[in-house]
Design a protein around this ligand. Structure first.
Ligand SMILES: O=C(O)CCC(=O)C(=O)O
Length: 884
């Protein structure tokens, strides 16, 4: 596979990349994250929130403890997946097949959300709550309901399983409809002054004749009546966390500021703000910057008009065909610390929402949509089979309307209307935490023996974890609540500063000022919006040849010095002619063949020759049109390219132009490279081996080309490049499977690492052992399966034979060239392309590579042949002007 496309170098904290979404893997690599590890005080390690008056206000309200989960019913998840959920069944339903609260017109159904995991008991030895018996954690027995609920009127009767012990449960339970009355609740909690018209209703549960839109909460018949506040807290929590199946979500009342059809365009357009090609989290310099919320997330994730609760990304692994599953405890890592930094520094986070997000209350209009800027307010650990790190985010400016709520949306409760959350100190570790769930206060210090324990020592049952609305809806004041930047970035206009137009930050994608769509810059000429057709094509100011001079690499009329390097076993020879220093690097490229890399280092005379590198450079900048970033493996190459002459197979058909349509530097380069091939190979080049194709690559700042080979079938064995503009590093190394003698294969639907059967070179690790194994395999006469098995054993033995700390996957460059303006590189040998690879990293603002190959007749199918004649470029160039 061609892997030559590399990226703008981003600077994402890369140590965590697993997220909820599963986008195509991006070929665009980033430099390693620049996170500096930070120590977080011990007492902050399990719930972090800033000290603010809000956090220290005492509340006189008791915790609400709930305990009586009974029975199991099967309901459809938002994505119609089936999962288990504990629910009560009302007494009057004993004979009904479908509980009433699952009927289509009932808008407040209760179900577990989407993560199809059966709750498991924590591994630690400790008391667990007793779902069937009313448990008293704070002297009260209260209702249990699942933590969130989904409107899913599509649930069919067959999807409903009868409770495990129907009689027992139905006799114990009754459904109570609890009326949500935020105003009264506000009065009770003292945060809203009583209005004369709002009389406190009776603390008795509201009878079942309440409107259908109010949530049902079921509780054991034997329980004493809940007090009014507790009813309302439960009802309020259920109302706030109510979920709707994606297919049934209404349209949002507004539109996002920016949107994207894929991650690629999103990340390229939001460089610096969000550039996580795969994960859900993006951080930079040790501070959290953004989240992408897509897919299911954690069972208790939440997203309303101003609050988001989400699980930290990471620690997930593929679970067969069922998506991702958490496989280990989450520990405070760089992401956790970056969130703590975002809290302490009051640094806002950008949030993007994908159309697979199941918490958001409306149908997302696009694949990815900007939500808003948020404050990170809390970081804590909870327990759900494994330790799970959770974050709470709050809209930065809660006075602005959320566009993502449905048109008829009325807030259940305003942010801050309930005052501050309850707080308590752990009597074991002394840490103070907010009460997050209505079942009661929990210690959130994962290192404490009372971690995830209610004050009575019990651990809560998953079904009891109903958010405490005082925690959910608390308001966190920040000194500055202004967004740092608009999601719609301003358009780049040509700069008067030399070179500015070529800088990576000015090449990012465009957030369309008309429709908000994120577009990558695909054309050299500028930006085009594929959403509404808006175009932005500022003229780039050409870089004069004089700007290429680099005093660290002085180039004069003398033969320039070399800045190349090679490993000791590489044979080096040097010649001087035509003002070039020709260095040849020769090395074994297979057991039987040698290959070579020739580097012609140009001096000032070459650079300044008529129609030479300087003139080519200046002409190409104004006259080379049609350069585009091509699509490769569902992504975009980062550099801009164009092909002339014979089509080059890895490029889609139709992407080549005849030499007659090329600017003069292109044919001049073909002619010069044929000349260089001739003079460095002793004039041995036959006509049919002459170059008939030129692939031009334009690199802007920070673009590069990953390690790859040019060994596509049907290409001649010589490849030559003329380098113009910025200096570049070019590395050559043996491919890993050849060097280490091991590769991964799929055999019988199993992934296994086997020893390769290629003859090793003496320079390779485990040379003697590999030779010995190859003889054994050759003489053993094994069946295919037996051979694969034996090769796998050999790979294991090879790995074990490496000295400690020596990598069995990495390979260093054998030859490293430092390519200057006007330099020529020639690679020779078919096995060089089969067993070796090369990669290029330019070091300046702008560089062209003009690479010639010989496309042999076998390379193209009839249908891939161009609709123009490909005449060989006249070999006019003879080097006579620079002869020396
Ligand atoms: O940028 C260069 O010098 C080399 C380009 C290259 O390797 C290629 O086009 O395959």
């Amino acid at each position: 596979m061609d892997t030559r496309h590399d990226s703008f170098h981003g600077s994402e904290d890369k140590r965590d990349s697993v997220g909820f979404t599963d986008p195509p893997s991006s070929p665009l690599s980033s430099v390693p994250g620049d996170f500096e590890s930070q120590q977080v005080p011990l007492d902050l390690q399990n719930m972090f929130m800033p000290g603010s008056p809000v956090f220290h206000r005492e509340s006189s309200l008791p915790s609400v403890s709930s305990s009586a989960a009974v029975g199991t019913i099967r309901v459809a998840s938002p994505e119609n997946a089936l999962f288990e959920s504990t629910l009560f069944v009302r007494r009057s339903e004993r004979k009904r097949k479908t509980p009433r609260y699952l009927e289509p017109d009932d808008t407040a159904d209760i179900s577990q959300p989407e993560t199809p995991e059966t709750p498991e008991r924590p591994v630690k030895q400790r008391k667990t709550s007793q779902p069937r018996k009313a448990r008293n954690s704070r002297g009260k027995n209260l209702a249990t309901a699942s933590t969130s609920h989904v409107d899913d009127s599509s649930v069919s009767p067959e999807e409903v399983k009868e409770p495990v012990s129907n009689t027992e449960q139905t006799e114990m339970s009754k459904i109570i409809k609890i009326k949500v009355n935020p105003e009264r609740l506000g009065q009770v909690l003292g945060s809203i002054p009583p209005s004369p018209s709002a009389a406190l209703p009776s603390p008795e549960p509201v009878p079942q004749t309440s409107p259908d839109s109010e949530p049902n909460v079921s509780l054991p018949a034997s329980q004493p009546a809940l007090d009014a506040v507790e009813h309302d807290l439960i009802a309020l929590s259920l109302a706030v966390t109510k979920k709707v199946a994606i297919a049934q979500k209404p349209l949002p009342r507004g539109q996002p500021e920016i949107w994207a059809e894929n991650r690629h365009t999103l990340c390229e357009s939001l460089t610096g703000l969000y550039a996580s090609w795969q994960g859900s989290y993006y951080g930079k310099s040790g501070v959290a910057k953004a989240f992408m919320l897509d897919g299911n997330g954690h069972v208790r994730d939440h997203l309303d008009e101003n609050v988001i609760i989400l699980r930290a990304s990471g620690s997930m692994a593929k679970d067969g065909d069922n998506g991702m599953k958490q496989r280990e405890d989450q520990e405070p890592n760089h992401q956790y610390h970056a969130m703590v930094n975002a809290i302490t520094q009051q640094s806002p986070l950008a949030v993007i929402c994908g159309d697979k997000n199941s918490q958001v209350s409306s149908k997302m209009p696009h694949k990815y949509n900007s939500l808003d800027w948020y404050k990170a307010t809390h970081v804590w650990t909870e327990r759900d089979r494994f330790n799970v790190i959770k974050y709470r985010l709050e809209k930065l400016n809660s006075d602005t309307a959320a566009w993502w709520v449905p048109a008829d949306f009325e807030p259940v409760i305003e942010l801050g209307a309930l005052g501050s959350p309850l707080k308590q100190h752990c009597d074991s570790c002394s840490n103070e935490y907010d009460q997050i769930y209505l079942c009661g206060w929990l210690c959130l210090n994962s290192k404490c023996e009372k971690f995830w324990c209610l004050p009575d020592g019990n651990t809560p049952d998953a079904a009891q974890l109903i958010y405490d609305p005082r925690f959910l809806k608390q308001k966190t004041p920040w000194a500055n609540e202004q967004a740092p930047i608009n999601f719609r970035f301003s358009l780049y206009t040509t700069s008067a500063i030399a070179g500015e137009d070529y800088k990576a930050e000015n090449l990012r994608g465009m957030t369309c000022p008309e429709c908000g769509k994120c577009n990558a810059r695909i054309k050299w000429e500028g930006w085009e919006c594929t959403g509404c057709g808006f175009e932005h094509k500022p003229k780039m100011t050409p870089l004069p040849a004089a700007s290429i001079q680099d005093q660290n690499y002085p180039v004069t009329d003398a033969y320039p010095s070399s800045h190349d390097s090679a490993l000791p076993h590489v044979k080096i020879s040097v010649k001087f002619s035509h003002n070039y220093r020709w260095i040849t690097y020769k090395f074994k490229v297979s057991a039987t063949e040698e290959g070579e890399v020739v580097h012609g280092i140009a001096n000032k005379v070459v650079r300044e020759e008529v129609q030479g590198p300087n003139e080519m450079w200046e002409d190409l900048q104004t006259n080379c049109h049609g350069l585009v970033r091509r699509e490769l493996s569902n992504a975009l190459m980062n550099s801009f390219t164009i092909n002339y002459g014979m089509p080059y197979k890895f490029i889609a058909a139709g992407d080549s132009l005849p030499f007659t349509d090329a600017p003069w530097p292109v044919t001049e380069a073909v002619s010069r490279l044929n000349w260089a091939d001739r003079i460095t190979s002793g004039n041995a080049v036959k006509d049919k081996e002459k170059f008939n194709e030129l692939y031009l690559v334009a690199y802007l700042q920070d673009q590069s080309m990953n390690y790859h080979d040019d060994g596509e079938k049907g290409l001649g064995s010589t490849v030559a490049t003329l380098s113009l503009g910025a200096r570049a590093e070019m590395g050559f190394r043996p491919k890993s499977f050849f060097f280490h003698g091991m590769k991964s294969i799929d055999y019988n639907r199993k992934r296994m690492t086997v020893m390769t059967k290629d003859e090793p070179l003496p320079e390779f690790p485990n040379y003697e052992l590999r030779k010995q194994y190859l003889v054994e395999i050759r003489d053993a006469n094994l069946s295919e399966g037996e051979e694969k098995q034996r090769l796998a054993e050999m790979a294991t033995a090879l790995r074990a034979a490496y000295p400690p700390k020596q990598s069995c996957t990495k390979v260093e460059d054998w030859v490293r060239l430092s390519l200057g303006h006007g330099d020529i590189v020639i690679m020779r040998g078919a096995h060089l392309q089969k067993y070796y690879e090369h990669g290029v990293t330019p070091k300046g603002l702008m560089r062209y590579a003009l690479t010639c190959r010989t496309v042999l007749p076998g390379h193209l199918k009839e249908s891939e042949l161009p609709d123009y004649e490909v005449d060989l470029v006249q070999d006019d160039y003879d080097g006579s002007r620079i002869a020396k």
